[in-house]
Design a binder for this molecule. Structure first.
Ligand SMILES: *Cc1c(COP(=O)(O)O)cnc(C)c1O
Length: 388
């Protein structure tokens, strides 16, 4: 069958592909250290699992409203009002099948051929592909280790054209772990407000912050900015719920209504009993988040030290998420060759930066246990000393 042009131009997710290869090698009995997966290594906290089990046993097994369970929509609105200073109400919220799906739904709802979408690089792998699926044009804004992997207001100003629809803003960032300081968020917001564009704020890592780093939601900068922001978030990263597939989008009612219509003709509602787990995640104590964060913080300190002690490699110290973006420039290898050889020769899985639009680096996820971190970094060191 002849496939639609739409899918022929889309690149499969390299992060999922490499994680799958590492898993397959492990299944063959090889001793693989995997730093490829972008997911917490913890189990979902017990009280969240219990809430979903109870919902399952009490008959929450049927179709629900396409927009999401009313109780969950209102719990999300309350969370956004109190934690993020974003004055949303329940009708501003759509519950989606994960943060990835909320961005997909938004892009399908808002982007048309001819529209340009600004994406700072290194970027999350799915942003440009989703824009292309919608027929839009991704406009990549490169950053470097010297700029702290952050765009500047001047750079944003330069990139805006009459065709620009919105900027996708991801802080804390996957793959770099960089967090924009509140003053930097405000400075970018000023440029946005001086033009006729929107911001899509992907805040999935908002709770994973280190060393006192602060997260300011783009929509909380001012009333004017709130009116120009669409917020995307989910439960996967903060609550170790990657497999549950639960996310949400918050924005103006006319946009959310259109997204609900799209969802009603594509996926329908998100798994009903899973949504009750999400309600519990939001309404119960947040201690579980703090506990996981402490573990990430310890690993981060250890891994940054190990990587920066490897001659030939360097990495900027991330203040959020659970990734390191390591500069491999001195090895002279492309990021793809580097990662392929590292996996084949040393059984260490990392993601080539080229997947994120930056061939000078590789991404390592430290959402894994300390022994794996120690063994993996030793092997990474061996490999680098062999190639340089
Ligand atoms: C993990 C992630 C998401 C969403 O993941 P879901 O599992 O679909 O909730 C969104 N944006 C970024 C940058 C991510 O890393």
């Amino acid at each position: 069958m002849k496939l639609a042009a739409r899918v022929q131009q889309v690149t499969p997710s390299m992060t999922l592909a490499i994680s799958a290869k590492a898993k397959a090698m492990k299944a063959e009995g090889l001793d693989v250290c995997s730093f490829s997966a972008g997911e917490p290594d913890f189990d979902t906290p017990g009280h969240i699992r219990e809430a979903a089990k109870q919902a399952l046993d009490s008959g929450k097994t049927r179709y629900g409203p396409a927009a999401g369970e009313p109780r969950l929509r209102s719990a999300i609105a309350t969370k956004l009002r109190t934690e993020n200073q974003l004055p949303y109400s329940a009708e501003n919220i759509i519950v989606t099948n994960g943060g990835k799906h909320s961005l997909y739904t938004l892009i399908m709802t808002a982007v048309e051929p001819g529209d340009e979408v600004l994406i700072p690089a290194p970027y999350w792998v799915s942003y440009p592909e989703m824009v292309k699926l919608a027929g839009g044009t991704p406009v990549i804004m490169p950053t470097t280790v010297q700029s702290g992997y952050k765009i500047t207001p001047e750079q944003l100003h330069q990139a805006i054209t009459p065709k620009t629809k919105f900027l996708i803003f991801n802080s804390p960032s996957n793959p770099t772990g960089m967090v924009y300081h509140p003053d930097e968020v405000k400075a970018l917001a000023e440029v946005v407000l001086a033009h006729d564009i929107w911001v899509v704020a992907d805040e999935i890592y908002e709770k994973i912050l280190y060393d006192g780093a602060q997260h300011l939601s783009m929509g909380a900068v001012s009333d004017a900015m709130f009116a120009r922001t669409i917020t995307s978030n989910g439960f996967a990263k903060a609550y170790a719920m990657t497999g549950w597939r639960l996310g949400y989008l918050a924005g103006p009612p006319e946009l959310i209504d259109a997204a609900i219509t799209l969802q009603s003709q594509s996926t329908s509602n998100v798994c009903t009993f899973a949504q009750y787990g999400a309600i519990s995640a939001l309404e119960s104590s947040q201690d579980c988040v703090t506990t996981m964060l402490q573990a990430f913080a310890q690993r981060r300190t250890a891994i940054v030290k190990l990587v920066n002690s490897i001659p030939g490699l360097s990495c900027a110290v991330p203040s959020g998420a659970f990734y390191l973006f390591i500069d491999i420039g001195k090895t002279g290898l492309s990021s793809m060759d580097f990662c392929n050889r590292l996996l084949n020769e040393k059984y260490v899985a990392a993601i080539p930066g080229v997947a994120f639009g930056d061939d000078a680096g590789i991404r390592i996820s430290y959402a894994t246990d300390m022994p794996t971190i120690e063994r993996g970094m030793e092997r990474l060191n061996d490999f680098v000393q062999q190639v340089i």
